[in-house]
Design a protein around this ligand. Structure first.
Ligand SMILES: CC(C)(COP(=O)(O)OP(=O)(O)OC[C@H]1O[C@@H](n2cnc3c(N)ncnc32)[C@H](O)[C@@H]1OP(=O)(O)O)[C@@H](O)C(=O)NCCC(=O)NCCS
Length: 334
């Protein structure tokens, strides 16, 4: 009988460097309300969002992902030819074929294995865990993980549940070998019985010029689920890392909306003094890009530092969710 050799890789992995890209165009609540039947006051009180950014018409998802990736590689001190894998987490790449990741890898000058990952707003946290296991398993020396969205392409500007929430941007991180563990075990899962709560409609086969594909969401159902179910998931991630909540320096949840973040922090019984990400105020909900964008904002504002211990959690369409404790990497601040 033949023996198949299986590789084994790094003893420990960490986030080695993070970079982001925010489109230039700032879209205020006032601008949203030129079309949407709502008000700046209502949007701020229900979601915390004051403004968000939209990509330009000619600015593609691949452009944004590549810009964030270049900054992440620079922050990590890793070159494109060292990458073994490029993963793009997104749910707004406008084509199923080709996937975005090989296009991004090519722009970077890399011939690494490259594929997209769809887990809604939780995609980047899923991909970080997969990348860490690839490096630990020996199938990649370094992996690049990008969360990127151009959700402005898929918004119905008259939809009161979604038009003011979603936005565009990109965040990337290099995962690689480390002397000390910098990425805890993932606590993740899904509940497909609630898949109808966040969808893109109509399905591809029914899209017509009169019925473009847009994001739909039952906002109240998301609100009833996330701040409660996700508290248990976040606790599991902390326990899995062998830590207690008091060991954390920062709590960086998916920037869904401010009320979800505040309620989740309360349900988690987060001790006083732990910095909480509130990037949703200026970035809106950028889905798979929201956690790396929030990390960059916290480091730029001095609310968190590279080397800090941070609890990440992301959740959304699927419903899918993933959470892990990480050591924050060097960040290329924009
Ligand atoms: C979307 C969300 C802000 C809507 O808030 P809500 O309180 O659930 O809103 P409801 O649909 O129950 O409507 C409550 C009232 O606000 C009004 N309303 C709803 N949307 C409105 C809007 N955009 N602007 C102004 N008023 C609005 C309704 O007409 C209703 O008025 P009434 O009480 O006079 O009948 C809220 O459900 C939410 O934050 N959900 C989570 C969404 C999210 O973060 N998703 C991220 C997915 S990862």
């Amino acid at each position: 009988m033949t023996t198949i050799r299986q590789p084994s890789g790094a003893r420990a992995t960490a986030l080695l460097g993070l970079g982001t890209y925010r489109p230039e165009r700032v879209v205020t609540n006032e601008e949203i309300c030129e079309v949407l039947d709502s008000s700046d006051e209502w949007i701020q009180s229900r979601s915390g969002i004051r403004s968000r950014r939209y990509a330009g018409e000619d600015e593609t998802l691949v452009d944004m992902a590549t810009a964030a990736a270049r900054r992440a590689l620079e922050a990590a001190g890793v070159t494109a030819d060292q990458l073994g894998t490029v993963i793009v987490a997104t749910s707004s790449h406008a084509q199923h074929t080709p996937a975005a990741a090989p296009l991004v890898a090519d722009r970077l000058g890399s011939r690494a294995a490259a594929f997209d990952m769809g887990a809604g707003c939780a995609g980047w946290c899923h991909a970080v865990s997969v990348a860490s296991d690839l490096v630990r398993g020996g199938n990649a020396s370094y992996a690049l993980v990008i969360g990127v969205e151009k959700l402005s392409l898929f918004l119905d500007p008259t939809d009161r549940s979604t038009a003011f929430i979603f936005a565009d941007g990109a965040g990337a991180v290099v995962v690689g070998p480390a002397d000390e563990p910098g990425i805890g075990p993932v606590a993740w899962g899904s509940d497909g019985s609630q898949s109808h709560v966040i969808t893109q409609e109509p399905g591809c086969q029914h899209v017509t010029p009169d019925h473009p594909m847009v994001v739909r969401m039952e906002g109240t159902a998301v609100f009833r689920w996330a701040p409660f179910a996700m508290a248990d998931v976040a606790r599991s991630a902390v326990e899995g890392a062998g830590l207690a909540l008091t060991d954390l320096d920062a709590f960086i949840p998916h920037q869904a909306n401010m009320r979800i973040t505040e309620t989740l922090a309360r349900n988690l019984k987060l001790p006083e003094g732990i910095a909480i990400a509130r990037d949703v105020q200026e970035s809106g909900n950028t889905s798979a890009a929201s956690v790396p964008l929030a990390i960059e904002t916290m480091v730029r504002n001095g609310e968190a530092q590279p080397g800090d211990t941070a609890l990440l959690i992301a959740f959304g369409a699927g419903l899918s969710y993933a959470s892990q404790v990480v050591r924050l990497p060097p960040v290329a601040t924009a």
